[in-house]
Write a protein that binds this ligand. Structure first.
Ligand code: HEC
Length: 286
């Protein structure tokens, strides 16, 4: 019942936002700023259409479209121009805001720790470490390539998730998000939200979290890629672009349809799936 309650409430807000169209109002609440409290499943980064990128490489093959997706154009362009909700800020504050949000981007990182080689069908751990992200949540997934539009969940390559991912947030292990997925449905998914994230560019304070995925290697030998995908917000990371909503807490000034979300990728790992080297046999001397 609890689950259904959250779903209905979020859905209603989502529909409200869609109905408002591009006239996004400051202080409005939606499911995406705040992460994906209800979507406990594998995620592919294409879903985050509103988000901006921090590297043209993340949209290789898309030419000008890739450049347009960069935060400095898609997001900071509107701030610099003072359009929409950003008209409320003075020019000096808009310049300042771009600096502060750039600091959020610089301090929002994702790295993978992985074994260089594993035996076919064996289980092993991959640790994803993230820093920054404005909060109150961030999203972390495992995908097959660092591309906004082409990435697939890592499971598509045969990396099988074993059990629920372990999420260690800024105050220790947390499981409230994954527990919204009933155990009988299986919690072996490639995506999680980390909750309780609080970064603050005003005082140069950056959140940290760690997610441990237990994976089972594919049966076929070969070199398999693995990439971490990081979904985070920026505007609630500084007072200049944060508005308090009485029910939903801090909201980005740019609104739910704003471009203040990001998708960032880790470096691409390549894990070699191969049979263990045979143990050397001791020779018996004559
Ligand atoms: C309608 C536009 C929109 C779409 C579509 C969207 N997002 Fe976002 N998302 C945002 C905005 C705006 C923020 C940034 C909040 C901020 O700047 O603090 C955000 C932030 C986030 C965050 C961080 C939450 C936080 O508290 O800042 C996560 C996680 C996230 N989005 C995941 C997703 C995923 C997964 C999808 C696809 C299922 C998605 N988003 C699609 C607009 C969107």
């Amino acid at each position: 019942m609890e689950m259904q309650g959250i779903w209905v409430r979020r859905l209603a807000i989502g529909i409200g936002v869609v109905a408002l169209g591009s006239a996004s109002i400051a202080g409005d609440a939606a499911a995406y700023p705040g992460g994906t409290p209800d979507f406990q499943t594998d995620v592919a980064p294409y879903c985050a259409a509103c988000h901006s990128s921090t590297s043209v490489e993340d949209l290789y093959g898309f030419g000008d479209r890739a450049t347009a997706e960069l935060a400095r154009n898609k997001h900071f362009g509107a701030i610099r121009a003072g359009t929409g909700p950003y008209a409320a800020l003075s020019e000096a504050n808009r310049v300042k805001l771009v600096e502060l949000l750039s600091a959020v981007d610089r301090n929002s990182t994702i790295t993978l720790e992985f074994p260089p080689s594993v035996v076919p069908g064996s289980t092993f751990q991959v640790t994803v470490k993230v820093t920054g992200g404005a909060g109150p949540s961030v999203g972390v997934g495992l995908v097959d390539r660092p591309h906004r539009f082409f990435a697939r969940p890592a499971s598509a390559l045969g990396w099988e998730v074993v059990g629920a991912p372990t999420v260690i947030g800024s105050t220790g292990p947390q499981s409230a998000w994954i527990e919204r997925l009933p155990e009988r449905e299986g919690r072996s998914i490639t995506f999680v939200n980390v909750e309780g994230v609080i970064s603050n560019a005003d005082i140069d304070k950056w959140s940290r979290a760690k997610i441990i995925f237990t994976l089972k290697a594919p049966r076929e030998v070969g070199d398999y890629p693995l990439v971490g995908a990081y979904f985070y917000g920026t505007e609630t990371g500084t007072a200049l672009s944060t508005q308090m909503h009485p029910e939903f807490g801090p909201q980005p000034l740019g609104g739910a349809l704003g471009k203040s979300g990001r998708v960032k990728f880790s470096k691409q790992a390549v894990i070699s799936v191969k049979e263990a080297d045979p143990q050397p046999v001791a020779e018996i001397q004559p």
